[in-house]
Design a protein around this ligand. Sequence first.
Ligand code: TXA
Ligand code: MG
Length: 318
Amino acid sequence: MANNVGGEIDRAARELNSGHLVAIPTETVYGLAANAIDPIAVAQIFKAKNRPTFDPLIVHCASWEHAQEWVKNPPDFAHQLARELMPGPLTLVLPKSDRIPDIVTAGLPTVAIRVPAHPMTRELLSRLDFPLAAPSANPFGYVSPTTAQHVLDQLGDRLAYVFDGGPCEVGLESTIVAVHEDGWDVLRLGGMDLETIEKAAGCPPRSVRLSSSRPEAPGMLDSHYAPRKPLFFGALHDFIARHPSETYVCITFGTPSSESAWNLSTSGDDREAAANIFRFLRELESHPAEWIVAEPLPSAGLGAAINDRLQRAASEKS
Ligand code: TXA
Ligand code: MG
């Protein structure tokens, strides 16, 4: 870690202890954090993001052991998953302790728990006497931030401090899983692929519920993660058939199809693609073309989660 990191962690801790908002780096995306057990601090998150209060927040803990204070009788199965997969880009939805304020969970009897892997944020969490409630640090409905600059550009004037931990390694929000005594349900695809979770669980998910108009996880809203330029999600020839006279720039994956395309990973690496996708969507907003066209990736590994984000970012699909 850089020399002045200690000072930055001190500053972040001081602001959070005073009930202020701090943007924190995680391995997935930047979070907009406040003291999770201070309802007034948490209320400011909703205000800064313009986020509806029916949309519950994830509670970030220093470790799974620390998290035990904030959940109530988690199923054995949760311990098994957490032991193998935390810290990492995974969020577990579990019965909540009464000490978690209702504003955090939007009145639900469950709480979403995550142990982020970013070393600076782990250090910060271990110094605090409380966990951090943090959604992604973007205005509601917009693309999630994967650098400190993205946060500054959009929410800089509404935060006490932006804690810069460099670009996010994973680049997609955590995978959200609801855990029960006898199995697990996927509520949001994300930075941990389902194959990895299935291996730790020893069984496949009972269900993968990804989209709804009254979502359990509003990251599941049909329109979300949207850039400020129309995006077509589907095959390029379908786009051209529908919009023969409009200009476009393509997001591609794998073997380059044209020089001008923005390639998520020329080697076809799903992890590299995940780390690039949100930055591409932001940067392409200022591209002169009228449309962004993104073709679906193969769904193995993180491909399915990337397709899910593109689908929700799209103003039009084939
Ligand atoms: O990687 C991530 O998960 C990032 C970083 C900052 O940790 N956070 C993130 O938070 O993506 P956010 O608020 O943008 O998305 C959290 C999702 C929301 O869609 C919310 O509905 C769902 O988690 N969620 C939170 N509590 C829940 C609960 N008790 N039951 C079901 N879904 C829940
Ligand atoms: Mg979000």
